[in-house]
Design a protein around this ligand. Structure first.
Ligand code: DGL
Length: 278
């Protein structure tokens, strides 16, 4: 094996989201491929993406990809459904390293999981209006019915850390009551912020509805992709100083506290990046 290849295998994976939601995907990557380094970027200055236009989300995503490439990542995970829905196809054409979104893996698991052929999807306005989940699911099985519901207020509630709060329960109940009456047996958590309030959503939907978190399948597909491309890190990696690095566009301290609570270990730092420079 050449030194170059080894160096490339040792490079980090870039993961990005509009804020803290993508940490649910990063956490899954850390679990399933523990030898990989990660550079995480949370666009905390410009969150939420869900109510912004395709052009804006694509411009933001492009800047973040440029930043991650400057960090010499070997692959990128778009850990945001809205950016996956709006920008992934263009980004894929523009860069020459592997890039993976969360929507396709989530759609695949949901199609496999449904018994009655009725799947609900909750997400941002952008993700739901794009009908991207329905498009992918119908490529797998034309007969499956996909019912989308935008839940825009859930992202700010999560970003504020109101994960177990009566206000979040009340808002989630309002959004989900419509879906409860439609006999779905599978519900896709189509926004990377939502797994953080999974227990609330599960309680409201009841035991008969399977909740799909696309993060698990995304990490699994990432592992397969790295393996196929000969890019898996071969070295054993402990939790050293440079293994996981975090960058944000604003409010680094708040992000640091949040990340520490989700990842269950103290993150050393979150550095602010002026993302408009990229
Ligand atoms: N977590 C993101 C998603 O998966 C975006 C939330 C937002 O910024 O609106 O869609």
């Amino acid at each position: 094996m050449t030194g170059d290849r080894e160096q490339f295998q040792d490079a980090p994976i870039g993961v990005f989201d509009s804020g803290v939601g993508g940490l649910t995907v990063a956490r899954e990557i850390m679990r399933q491929i523990p030898n990989e380094k990660i550079v995480y970027f949370g666009d905390t200055a410009r969150v939420p993406y869900g109510s912004k236009s395709r052009d804006t989300v694509t411009r933001y995503s492009r800047q973040i990809v440029r930043f991650l490439q400057a960090q010499k990542v070997k692959a990128i995970v778009v850990a945001c459904n809205t950016a996956s829905a709006y920008a992934l196809d263009e980004l894929e054409r523009e860069i020459d390293i592997p890039i993976l979104g969360v929507v396709k893996p989530g759609a695949k698991v949901a199609a496999e999981s449904t018994g009655n052929g009725k799947i609900g999807v909750i997400g941002t306005e952008g993700t739901i209006n794009s009908r991207i989940y329905a498009t992918y699911i119908k490529q797998i099985d034309e007969g499956i019915e996909v019912i989308g519901k935008a839940c825009p207020l859930l992202v700010p509630l999560v970003e504020e850390g109101l994960l177990k709060d009566p206000v979040t329960d009340e808002i989630a109940m309002r959004y989900l009551s419509e879906l409860k009456d439609l006999d779905i047996d599978t519900l896709i958590l189509g926004c990377t912020h939502y797994p953080l309030i999974r227990s609330t959503i599960g309680r409201i939907m009841g035991e008969r509805v399977t909740l799909v978190n696309p993060a698990y399948e995304t990490a699994r597909e990432l592992k397969e992709l790295l393996k196929a491309e000969g890019l898996l890190n071969q070295k054993e990696m402990g939790l050293g100083e440079n293994k996981y690095r975090f960058f944000v566009s604003d409010s680094a301290e708040k992000f640091k506290q949040f990340a520490t609570s989700i990842l269950k270990y103290g993150i050393l730092s979150a550095k602010i990046v002026n993302i408009e420079d990229y």
